[in-house]
Design a protein around this ligand. Structure first.
Ligand SMILES: [Mg+2]
Length: 166
């Protein structure tokens, strides 16, 4: 399992099967915010994301945003709107924020999944933390300038990978 390899590739967050997470024994769902839950060109998560998180909670799992976004107010507002916990200034791909969220939820690595839209932050952080990972497609074409740079390398890392649901 390479650092930049995800466990699963799925077209979007709402297409990640909640039943499969339950069957895999997942207790904690770590979520990237920007372009995973909330498109970068929108202020709020789409209804499908809100509904997906309701299903996650109904299944007894804990969800927590783990965001590199340095605007704490944006991250905390989204967490409130979605009814989930959050860790901001996460500094992914460093795994510390993921470990902090796991400690807080009392979840072990083998019962945790990290879901995000970037190989070099979300997937790498998940692998360094020893959790399973799901890479989703970015939910908008809008990205920070340095993310656009990473996307070029990301396309190389994703050669030959197919995403479920597309
Ligand atoms: Mg993102």
């Amino acid at each position: 399992m390479g650092l930049f390899r995800a466990t699963r590739y799925v077209a979007s967050l709402p297409l990640v099967s909640v039943d499969e997470l339950v069957d895999a024994g997942v207790e904690l769902v770590l979520l990237d915010r920007d372009n995973t839950c909330v498109p970068r060109d929108a202020r709020e998560a789409p209804a499908e994301v809100t509904e997906w998180l309701a299903r996650v909670r109904a299944a007894g799992m804990t969800a927590c945003l783990v965001s590199n976004n340095f605007h704490t107010s944006q991250v905390s507002r989204t967490a409130r709107e979605l009814g989930v916990e959050f860790v901001d200034h996460a500094m992914k791909p460093l795994p510390w924020a993921l470990r902090r969220a796991m400690r807080r939820a009392g979840a072990s690595a083998d019962r945790t999944v990290m879901i995000g839209d970037q190989v070099f932050t979300d997937v790498a952080a998940g692998n360094l933390a020893g959790v399973r990972t799901v890479l989703v497609r970015p939910q908008s074409r809008s990205d920070l300038w340095y993310t656009h740079v990473f996307r070029v390398f990301e396309r190389l890392a994703l050669r030959g990978v197919s995403f479920e649901g597309e």
